[in-house]
Design a protein around this ligand. Structure first.
Ligand code: LIP
Length: 251
């Protein structure tokens, strides 16, 4: 039984508004805040998070917000919005139309709501704790594939030499065992694709909570499984194995 709270509608509205903003600026000249070896930070990331923050904290002023571009609101609140305003920023910068907005809400450590919106395909994944995972309002579920040889997996390499080196052995093994491996550059869309059966698993070694929080609730509600472990070298980064819950991904 879903919670039937106002949180999901507010998250969807914020994601739609941010999506329209990103579509409007897609392909235009972009202000770059930082050019790193394996990452790019855009002024648009900051502006999009500000837009989302206004919508969410304007409706729930006593809440906290923890996003890729900073924190806002009441840090003492039990209710915390977890936001990635542009998941797939490097794709966005290179005009690759594969990115999304990811918004989750948790009460203490319990995820209540998750929304992932792809503005280029107008695809909205949404879920409320206890309710069905949906794509554009229709119920979704993970794939039924049980054999790795039939599976399509996504692998991410995050942003540092350490996480790239940590991910390579897994990729080398999986690329021979799976039907295909993909590296698509958006963790949140990888999670959303698992929830609706387009992908069968996603593995990354140095992901942030805002990249995957909404996707965790979506995948679990759609019948899948997510394992996350803090990295020993950085407590704010996680190794993640998300899947349809039917594949043997052990070493
Ligand atoms: C991205 C993730 C992707 C990861 C990238 C980056 P961002 O998020 O979605 O899976 O490999 O390094 O972290 O930074 O574009 O929001």
């Amino acid at each position: 039984m879903s919670l039937n709270t106002p949180y999901l509608d507010c998250a969807r509205s914020a994601a739609l508004e941010a999506g329209a903003f990103l579509r409007e600026h897609f392909g235009s000249e972009l202000n770059v805040n930082a050019l790193e070896k394996h990452d790019i930070k855009l002024e648009l990331d900051v502006q999009t998070q500000e837009l989302i923050t206004q919508r969410l904290l304007g409706t729930f002023p006593d809440h906290a917000l923890y996003g890729e571009e900073g924190i806002a609101g009441n840090p003492a609140s039990d209710f915390q919005w977890i936001v990635d305003p542009i998941d797939g920023t490097v794709n966005y910068f290179y005009s690759i139309p594969h990115f999304c907005i990811s918004i989750a809400l948790r009460e203490k450590k319990t995820l209540l709501v998750g929304v992932i919106y792809d503005p280029m395909r107008d695809e909205m994944w949404a879920v409320e704790r206890g309710g069905e995972a949906t794509l554009n309002g229709k119920p979704i579920h993970v794939s039924g594939r049980t054999e790795l040889s039939e599976a399509v997996l996504s692998v991410g390499f995050s942003k540092t030499g350490t996480t790239i080196n940590a991910g390579l052995p897994m990729l080398e093994k999986m690329v021979h065992r799976a039907r295909k491996c993909r590296l698509m550059g958006s963790a949140a869309l990888d999670m959303a694709y698992i929830s609706c059966g387009r992908l069968d698993a996603y593995i990354e070694q140095g992901i942030s909570l805002w990249d995957v929080a909404a996707g965790i609730l979506l995948i679990e509600a759609a019948g899948g499984k997510v394992e996350m472990n803090p990295r020993p070298d950085n407590k704010d980064k996680y190794s993640i194995v998300a899947s349809n819950g039917k594949l043997d991904l052990a070493d």
